[in-house]
Design a protein around this ligand. Sequence first.
Ligand code: NAP
Length: 260
Amino acid sequence: MDLGIRGKRALVCAASRGLGRGCAEALAAEGVDLVINARSEDALTRTAQDIADRHGVGVQAVAADITTPDGRAAVLAALGGQADILVTNAGGPPPGQWTDWDRDDFIRAFDGNMLSAIALMQALVPGMMDRGWGRVVNITSAAVRSPIAQLGLSNTARTGLTGFVAGMSRQVADKGVCVNNLLPGIHDTDRATALDAGVSQAQGISPDQARRQREATIPTRTYGRAEDFGAACAFLCSQQARFIVGQNLTLDGGALNVTI
Ligand code: NAP
């Protein structure tokens, strides 16, 4: 299926590896020119070159911390203040117990997984509305629908972003802008490996056992792949997705045991 977005321009945040990279790759495969971002310059530059070589699109790399005002300013400057497609993403907050976190911890989590996405939408969506077309995909987490006990900071910040999107997505849809969230369950990325390492230490089992234990909780019995996640993102950014507004699409191999 031709997604009809060749020649569009996208910002994909936190995209040197993992789910962000999966989204960047899938958009590039559809002929979308990219600005991609991550903090470590070397890895980001390698990813940008690799995507440009394989898909023949323009890929500009901006090494910056997207959770800071300066980082966002650098990325927005590279875009000349406008993009057709925005994919928001950032690293997840650390695990812990609900009694562990003080105000500063919550503010960091809000900056990382709620306020930075909102600031980017506030910066780029008005231009999309003026031009009559735009797509926004926020990478959140399946934890929005079913909390993960040790990731309370993530549960809290991402649910806040979800509430914001629920309202604003309906205020911009009449201008051709579709805003939606993608909710990853467990995917085979460095983040998942780090979480497995934590479980392995806490339970005195090997990382492989920790992984098998988590895989057993997923109906597909496998972790998701970044390329599958990216394909779903590209579809939400397609012309064909024009009637999908304010939705939360869970990609978790059926792990969440719910009817709707
Ligand atoms: P990952 O494999 O660790 O990749 C994270 C990417 O984000 C890297 O490119 C990293 O590059 C970049 N990054 C991190 N912090 C950043 C920042 N402040 N500014 C700019 N770039 C930043 O993680 P992932 O698995 O793709 O996860 C992506 C998001 O989905 C995270 O928020 C994660 O919590 C969430 N999630 C993941 C899963 C899963 O199973 N993988 C499940 C649910 C939710 P640098 O380190 O160089 O900045």
